[in-house]
Ligand binder design. Sequence first.
Ligand SMILES: Cc1ncc(C[n+]2csc(CCOP(=O)(O)OP(=O)(O)O)c2C)c(N)n1
Ligand SMILES: [Mg+2]
Length: 672
Amino acid sequence: MTDIENRAINTIRFLSIDAIQKANSGHPGLPMGAAPMAYVLWKEFLKHNPKNPEWPDRDRFVLSAGHGSMLLYSLLYLTGYDDMTMEQLKSFRQYGSLTPGHPESNITPGVESTTGPLGQGFSNCVGMAVAERFLAETFNRDNYRIVDHYTYALASDGDLMEGVASEAASLAGHLKLGKLIILYDDNKISLAAPTEVAFTENVEKRFDSYGWQVLNVANGNNDIDAIRNALKKAKGDTEHPTLIAVHTTIGYGSPNKANTSGIHGSPLGLEEVKNTKENLGWPFEPDFLVPVDVIEHYRSAVEAGEKWEKEWKVRFNEYSKKYPELAKKWDLAWTNNLPEGWEKVLPVFSPDDNAVPTRKVSGGVINAVAPVIPNLIGGSADLAPSTNTYMKGIDEQQAATPGGRNIRFGVREHAMGAAVNGMAYHGGVIPFGGTFLTFSDYMRGSVRISALAGLHTIWVYTHDSVWMGEDGPTHQSVEQIAALRAIPNLIVIRPADANETVEAWKFALTYNKGPVALILCRQNLPVIDRAVYAEAKNLVKGAYVLYDPSEGEPDVILIATGSEVSLALEGKELLDQRGIKSRIVSMPGWELFEMQPQEYRDGVLPPAIKARLVIETGVGQGWHKYAGEKGRIIALERFGVSAPYKVLKEKFGFTARLVADEAVKTIEDSKI
Ligand SMILES: Cc1ncc(C[n+]2csc(CCOP(=O)(O)OP(=O)(O)O)c2C)c(N)n1
Ligand SMILES: [Mg+2]
């Protein structure tokens, strides 16, 4: 290692140490141990343009071990990302800074994915690599390789202990994602203890059996030649993803804390900082020291990056002239726009059509738009036939057909979630993933991050209640809708019929400020007569008056979602017979409703009308807000039972009769 290389590596270590010291919180151990591999990757391999972090053909780098965030922030600063100033490094973990405790992609330019929950970043990379390969296959022509980049991650023991990463690694091996390269910081220690207490399998053999190329660096603390050679070899094998196990010492350089578990979640302390600096031949003062020649050394990334992007632009311009149609398609894909007139292919349903499950309608929409939205890509966790997520006549994403858009995620919900997020992080595609609503729990970690990071991902959840029937309570969701609604920035939509389902998809395809979860049913639902009742396009308002009495104020408001909207309509008939005037509100999406102006919301649910009845098959948690003090909720505060759907309807009492009776009760209550 040359002197400048040594000091460049130490600069990462001490920027991290000093920032963590100043913040009085953070994890110094990872940046100290992983600095050499990060240095080699960023200095010699990573193709990126610090002056344009959004350049589409950049290599992706994900710090899956998000607790080592200062490593990434140091690299962004050193290589010249404009927003990552020294001030930001000094504001590590402070309110409003670009340097939060764990990397957040929507806050910090240059951060590719939101990491911290271990296993996520690793698994995102699988989606990124799929997106890269799909786009390359779709757009590259002759000599015009406009998509040609690698996906790198730095992962830790914790990442590889997590099940989600095992699922994702298995999928990546199967798909032969040859441009996916993981640097594994193999330091044999995690937060609370050495890995020997809980993690003793042979990780390298495991990845070998997944179909990965597995390489090894014996001394990751110093041997940057070995790291360099491994990275070269990794890039050379484009048939298999590569895991490079780099053996390091956590907190390398620190005389006391190296190899102990105390290196987590706390700064070294001034005494230890001093000893570590002395140990590695670094002046104790000033802190945040960046030697002039070191920054010059790193800043070669600026010139290199501008050159890469410029060459790419020249290539892209020639390509645009030669393939104007493709270039147009490219622009649409990267600006989050859909081809003009795409809505024309959407189906329209009439009340004369047969009753139909919303999951089936959803499948119809996916299949209708798939040919006109060429960057719609996704699939399900081995439930294509039941979730109706398969795009007929379109290739499958497989090693031999990398242009395929039907992804077989296998029975791996969590990795599906993370990989779909990875595709959204990558850009250029609109990804979706589907499974039974109950199993949204299995992928919740990923769904939460999709909302936090504001990703344009679409979650397709079918079999949305006990009304799925015979499969029984393990498969019947009861609390999942409430649980999804609890996630901020996730738009949950439970359409009431075929036309609302079309509108829900229309919204999901165009909304790009965050994820949308579509909650769809297995059983037949009648198509609501929109000549009599309000139009389905009101769905985007989250709740709307589906029906109102022709004269006078309603005595009661019935609020329902999904399959319970038809039940509310049946209940209304009985109430009509009893001379009670009811308003029916279809409320497919709470979050959408909350986005509407107060005036609109008060128009749908007038504060003066206290007699309200909510109907939803699932726990009632959260509905009190809309039911109000005098209101009532017909919900299901228990697990379901294995039985045919019609039997369950009777047993659980979800009948028009009950709706009418409860409506009468809330009217009485509201008078007290
Ligand atoms: C899903 C998840 N569980 C728990 C944690 C808390 N946590 C932060 S770091 C860490 C372990 C770190 O060990 P390792 O991944 O080996 O990183 P190293 O200590 O070697 O840097 C844990 C459990 C987390 N970030 N994510
Ligand atoms: Mg570790």
